[in-house]
Write a protein that binds this ligand. Structure first.
Ligand code: S3P
Length: 450
């Protein structure tokens, strides 16, 4: 019974006429936050549409280890009985963040405000990612850390007995770092201020307000300043999680590049700080409409309608990167099928995602017969036009769900099938990805191998 671990090989075959209406899973960023704020609130928070991917399950499990009661009532429907700010308890075992950078950074922020020691680790991908970006501000607030070289996991954190408020200027535009600072600031008296160089996703801010915290957001010469008044009482609040625009991006691009396709993806989040891909695809000439715009639990949502389109190359400015940081792999796939050259700039952060995504995208496109140029922080894709991408490569997912999904989408419109060596990592953010696409008419083969 002990053999080499199983891997899931996935093969995307050329497919046409994708059609139908399907819901994508709940937003990953909002799902983590709903569980975390629920655990820090007083009372019971009910969450509908929670993403049940491995990343969010890691957050749920860890909050349970810290003494919050987290229960699954039915598919997507969860309840969290919170313990109040500062009310979490010392865990009696290692905390395993799995593949999730968001779980790691946000929960370290929470732990920084609790005066006990916890030991944390993650999978091989997360153990190579930088945690210094949260260790630095959280140390200033009074927490202490012992971490591996370059601030990497595994690490030990001892939260501050008397957390101090601070004004923190983020060196990188990162919603995870901003959220970690704000979460630690919940336990500090007075005002904690996080100043970001470029606005990043504001799900934490929206949800903090919904749970009753006092928050100010001001744009100034240094960037966007978010000021939180510490030690509020958070009150349990129901959360309905919109569909994840970062997950919707994959069927969306498949619908654009596969011949004779027409898809509808209902109730997808269209928060302006996440909507960079929609803007970019519109500039590329995509037949994409956002219909029936409405609000779901304080977040804007819309139904996305997409049809096969003749795309043209595009230049994406660096300032747009925070609003579409997770979408570059699949945007690069769209660019491969566009007529003309695309240039994406300001991509330094892609090098520290679940894999070095800039290198992985460039390598994968080249293997599929698409000419690319990669610099330290930019990518140029020489589009080949509809139906002309050779494909036929095997791509190593390297524990990166978005690399796996992006190249499967590429394979659906290529001249020869594209194989992903191991697609298990897709479970972190998009459980059921292959079967959802098959339901739309895509041919994706799945097999287990040793
Ligand atoms: C996230 C922020 C982004 C994004 C990640 C989710 C969040 O990371 O890439 O998938 O939920 O705050 P950074 O904050 O590192 O840019």
């Amino acid at each position: 019974m002990f053999g080499p671990p199983l891997v899931t090989r996935l093969v995307a075959h050329p497919s046409t006429a994708l059609s139908g209406r399907v819901s994508v899973p709940g937003d990953k960023s909002i799902s983590h936050r709903a569980l975390i704020f629920g655990a820090l609130a007083v009372g019971e928070t009910r969450i509908d549409g929670l993403l049940e991917g491995e990343d969010v399950r890691a957050t749920a499990r860890i909050l349970g280890q810290l003494g919050a009661e987290v229960r699954r009532d039915a598919a997507g429907c969860w309840r969290v009985r919170g313990v109040g700010i500062g009310g979490l308890a010392e865990p009696d075992d290692l905390l395993d963040f799995g593949n999730s950078g968001t779980a790691a950074r946000l929960l370290l922020g929470v732990l920084a405000g609790h005066p006990f020691t916890a030991f944390a680790t993650g999978d091989a991908s997360l153990r190579r990612r930088p945690m210094g970006r949260v260790i630095d501000p959280l140390t200033r607030m009074g927490a202490s850390f012992i971490a591996r070289s370059a601030g990497r996991l595994p690490l030990a954190i001892t939260g501050a007995a008397a957390p101090a408020p601070q004004v923190y200027r983020l060196p990188v535009a990162s919603a995870q770092v901003k959220s970690a600072v704000l979460l630690a600031g919940l336990s500090a008296p007075g005002e904690t201020i996080a100043i970001e160089p470029e606005p990043t996703r504001d799900h934490s801010e929206r949800m903090l307000r919904a749970f009753g915290a006092e928050l100010r957001v001001e744009d100034g010469p240094e960037g966007r300043a978010v000021t939180l008044l510490g030690q509020p009482e958070l009150t349990a609040t129901p959360v309905a999680v919109p569909g994840d625009p970062s997950s919707a991006a994959f069927p969306l691009v498949a619908g654009l590049i596969c011949d004779r396709s027409e898809l509808t993806l209902p109730a997808v989040g269209v928060n302006p700080l996440r909507a960079g891909l929609f803007e970019t695809l519109a500039e590329m000439g995509a037949d994409l409409t956002l219909e029936n715009r409405r609000e779901l639990a304080g977040e804007p949502v819309a139904d996305l309608r997409v049809r096969t389109s003749a795309l043209k190359g595009v230049e994406v400015p660096p300032g747009r990167a925070p609003a579409m940081i997770d979408e570059y792999p699949v945007l690069a796939v769209a660019a491969a099928y566009a007529q003309g050259t695309s240039v994406f700039r300001g991509l330094g952060e892609l090098r520290v995602k679940e894999s070095d995504r800039l290198a992985a995208v460039a390598r994968g496109l080249a293997a599929c017969g698409v000419a690319v140029e990669e610099t330290e922080d930019s990518l140029t894709v020489l589009g080949r036009g509809p139906g002309t991408v050779p494909g036929g490569a095997e791509i190593a997912a390297d524990l990166d769900h978005r690399i796996a999904m992006a190249f499967l989408v590429l394979g659906l419109a290529a001249q020869a099938p594209v194989t992903i060596d191991d697609g298990r990592t897709i479970e972190t953010s998009f459980p059921g990805f292959a079967s959802l696409l098959r339901g739309l008419g895509a041919e994706i083969e799945e097999s287990e191998a040793a």
